[in-house]
Design a protein around this ligand. Structure first.
Ligand code: APR
Length: 403
């Protein structure tokens, strides 16, 4: 990276890729570029402490584990607790085990909470000498369709800085600045509201034997391991319900009823919030020299655990494309980036939508009606009894499907 005096006297620097955002997408892009010998600077609005503790769920699917492995990063990037690939789907209290293993050789999926991934990717990047600037305020992007875009930001002490670059990786999530730097009318937004709310609860209570998804007449519920002594739970609720409407006794009663487990152990609840299930895709995923990566380009409803994995997929495709451009003067990967990522995005949106509808409609708490309910139950019956349907499900869960 070079440093020179800029106009107005502010420091002006130069690099190959400016990465906006240090979530899973930005940190993966940065680590992979560094391993490729490509210069980059990461600008993150928040502090390192804030980013490191931001709690979100996470299964790192088999494909993504193998992606990190192929870059020699699996041990340094992934933590969490072991996962045997078995998922329980409980219908009206009756257990059905499905596997997310497709029988292929190689490392398997990991239960790795997103903040563990973020902490480890941050440490790996900084240990390798990476340039990561926290508390970068007022980031703005300029000249994205020119040969030399610039990113401007303000440091914590108020100094204005400008970085010129060859490419910008917009990894700043759904509410970042990257996508808003694209003029109106260039991107098409395809949005879908599932009409479903979820209450999510974090508690110091024993984890289940397997990640558990439950269908019941009172609505959907789920129970996921978070650590040796902690769990995350989900309860279907009216969209935009107030978390205050869910005091502890109501939460535990609803979980015991919907999970069909009157003896479910409770524990102190440490976090509780509600959100709407929604899906969103922006097309195309680039504009000039700006490439949108992860949540900046798409939101997928949480059912199926694909949001973080799609971000990791985009990051890998983008880093490989830049590597080919920088080292081999080959722009094929950059030209096809959007098309390639969107194929997987829609593949995973379809899986997530299918699973969302199936597990909610099979209960009685949506407006689906008896016909949709019977269809959803037929889909579950097929999943539990047909080896081919089970295989297709496992392939989608692993992310090893051909999309
Ligand atoms: N300037 C700099 N950084 C910003 C800005 C900005 N204007 N706006 C947002 N950021 C940072 C956020 O603070 C955050 O650290 O960008 C990062 C975006 O991270 P995520 O929202 O986690 O998005 P992404 O990296 O795409 O992660 C994939 O998958 O599981 C889902 O939604 C879940 O966040 C997860 C996502």
């Amino acid at each position: 990276m070079t440093v020179e005096a800029g106009e107005l006297g502010e420091p002006s620097e130069s690099t190959t890729v400016v990465v906006i955002g240090a979530g899973p997408a930005g940190l993966t892009v940065a680590n992979l570029l560094r391993r490729s010998g490509v210069d980059c600077v990461v600008l993150e609005r928040r502090s390192r402490e804030y980013v490191a503790q931001r709690q979100r769920a996470g299964i790192v699917e088999t494909r993504a584990v193998r992606m990190f492995d192929s870059w020699g990063l699996a041990d340094r990037a992934l933590g969490g607790i072991p996962y045997d690939g078995i998922l329980e789907i409980r219908v009206d209290g009756e257990t059905h085990l499905v596997t997310d293993s497709d029988g292929s050789e190689g490392p398997q999926a990991r239960l790795c909470p997103q903040q563990v991934l973020v902490q480890k990717l941050t440490a790996a990047y900084l240990d390798d000498g990476g340039d990561l600037r926290f508390e970068a305020a007022d980031v703005s992007l300029h000249d994205l369709t020119g040969d030399r875009p610039t990113a401007r930001y303000r440091t914590a002490d108020g100094t204005l800085r400008t970085i010129a670059c060859t490419f910008v990786a917009g990894c700043d999530g759904d509410h970042g600045v990257s996508r808003t730097a694209v003029p109106d009318g260039v991107l098409s937004a395809h949005a879908f509201d599932h009409g479903i709310g979820w209450l999510t609860v974090l508690a110091d209570a024993p984890p289940p034997a397997h990640p558990l998804l439950a269908v019941s007449p009172q609505g959907f519920a789920a129970h996921f391991p978070r650590g040796p002594h902690s769990s995350r739970y989900y309860l279907q609720c009216p969209p935009d319900d107030d978390p205050g409407a869910w005091p502890d006794p109501r939460v535990w009663d609803a979980l015991r009823t919907r999970l069909g487990d009157p003896a479910l152990a409770s524990g102190p609840i440490t976090d509780r919030e509600t959100f709407r299930l929604r899906s969103l895709v922006h097309d195309p995923m680039h504009y000039g020299r700006l490439f949108l990566v992860g949540d900046a380009a798409h939101i997928v409803s949480p059912m199926g655990g694909k949001g973080m994995n799609l971000a990791l997929y985009d990051a890998d495709v983008f880093a490989r494309a830049v590597r080919s451009f920088v080292h081999d003067n080959d722009d094929t990967g950059l030209r096809t980036y959007s098309q390639r990522c969107l194929r997987r995005v829609w593949n995973d949106q379809e899986f997530s939508h299918w699973l969302t509808r199936t597990l909610h409609d099979a209960g009685d708490a949506t407006d689906a009606g008896p016909f949709q309910r019977s269809l959803a139950r037929a889909r579950l019956d097929r999943l539990f009894t047909s080896p081919a349907a089970g295989g297709a499900f496992a392939e989608l869960m692993t992310g090893l499907d051909p999309a």
